[in-house]
Design a protein around this ligand. Structure first.
Ligand code: AMP
Length: 280
């Protein structure tokens, strides 16, 4: 496993490989990240994982400074996955003095996470476009856990003709349904016990859709009521939106993204499920 700390090192190391699978991360790795690394290696023969806590995707007052980091542990986990290349850049290497160009993904970036976290997806799209240009991977791997991020990145790759295949990996969960996230490390014991309410609310909606419910407001109210019944949970949003455009639906007459964002104290968690009403 080769560790690259500068863009020049990454470019030189990447040139030694043909096909390359790339999984960008912010580190503090868990089984969800490792699933991306494993699949990149299995499908492309060689894998690259980047670890970079990207400051431009955090809004003022968010958790940039306290975002969990453990480089030694992350590198040990990636070595176990036989990862070929790890990219660990400094902020000044990604955003050198005078940096001023950004990628704006447009309307997809303004709803849901983009509405709650202004500027977030410009930060995400810009860093991902830069990382893809630096690494020139054959395929790049992203998690369905961040469903809107997946849509934004597909949009950007298409709009800017980035020569890469975007692959989406299903959400890895703990036994009780909680989606794995580096931010779960912030949760107190009581908050961790309450957090599976996100997945339970999404599953309840899915079950109602299977039973035939198609009224989106009734389904949104149901998710909202389940989350608000949990005393430690503070609801940010519930959404039932078109799975491609993310515009809110009145009726579930096409594939839909059910998504939720909830705060437990200072920790903000998100989760989602794709619903297929026609198959239900
Ligand atoms: P992050 O380090 O949170 O920026 O995540 C890096 C990548 O891992 C993103 O593509 C995420 O969507 C993905 N990811 C994070 N959590 C999970 C999970 N529980 N299951 C699958 N992929 C995940």
């Amino acid at each position: 496993m080769q560790i690259c700390r500068t863009v020049a090192e990454l470019r030189a190391a990447r040139a030694r490989f043909g096909a390359l699978g790339f999984a960008p991360t912010m580190g503090y790795l868990h089984e969800g990240h490792l699933g991306l690394a494993r699949r990149a290696k299995a499908e492309c023969g060689a894998s690259l994982v980047s670890i970079f806590v990207n400051p431009t995707q955090f809004s003022a007052g968010e958790d940039l400074e306290r975002y969990p980091r453990d480089e030694t542990r992350d590198l040990a986990l990636l070595a176990e996955e036989k990862t070929d290349l790890v990219f660990l850049p400094h902020v000044s290497d990604i955003y050198p003095e005078g940096f001023s160009s950004t990628v704006d993904p447009g309307p997809l970036a303004h709803v849901l996470e983009g509405a709650s976290r202004p500027g977030h997806f410009v930060g995400v799209a810009t860093v991902v476009a830069k990382l893809l240009n630096m690494a020139q991977p054959t395929k790049a791997y992203f998690g369905q856990k961040d469903a809107q991020q997946c849509l934004v990145i597909r949009r950007v790759a298409r709009d800017l003709d980035l020569p890469v295949e975007i692959v989406i990996q299903p959400t890895a969960r703990d036994g009780d349904g909680l989606a794995l996230s580096s931010r779960n490390a912030y949760l107190s014991k009581a908050e961790r016990a309450a957090a599976p309410v996100l997945f339970r609310a999404l599953q309840a909606v899915q079950a109602r859709v299977v039973e035939g419910e198609r009224d989106a407001d009734r389904l949104r109210q149901m998710m909202q009521a389940m989350i608000m019944a949990e005393p430690l949970a503070e609801l940010d949003y519930v959404s039932l939106a078109d799975a491609e455009t993310l515009s809110e639906l009145a009726r579930l007459d096409r594939p839909a993204l059910a998504s939720v964002a909830v705060r437990f104290g200072a920790t903000r968690l998100i989760d989602n499920l794709v619903l297929q009403p026609s198959a239900a």
